[in-house]
Design a protein around this ligand. Structure first.
Ligand code: FES
Length: 103
């Protein structure tokens, strides 16, 4: 069962940690999995890959994540998404990884 470690960085400099245990083979997005744990990650476009409010910074384990979606590639090509960032609404995590979000 993969585990996702999310570091939540607040504007005042404080941090919180959240670890999600993800059912093997889940088809739910990181955004949906986080919402189940009462953590909202962006969502301005309703999870359609049209904004970048759900960006997460991948700190470890990024090489084991699913490939970039077309939406993520488009945002990277337009330099609206950094090389170490993913969109939480666009992939289903199927391996351990660590990321951070800004709140
Ligand atoms: S919620 Fe808009 S791109 Fe993910």
């Amino acid at each position: 069962m993969p585990h996702i470690h999310i570091i939540i960085r607040h504007g005042d400099g404080s941090e919180q940690d959240l670890t999600l245990a993800v059912p093997q083979g889940t088809e739910r997005s990181l955004q949906d999995l986080a919402i189940e744990q009462h953590l909202k990650i962006g969502g301005a476009c309703g999870g359609l890959g049209l904004c970048t409010t759900c960006r997460v910074k991948v700190l470890a384990g990024g090489d084991k994540l699913p490939r970039l979606t077309r939406a993520e590639k488009d945002f990277r090509e337009r330099q609206l998404l950094e090389p170490d960032e993913r969109l939480a609404c666009q992939f289903s995590p199927d391996a351990d990884f660590t990321c951070s979000i800004e709140k």
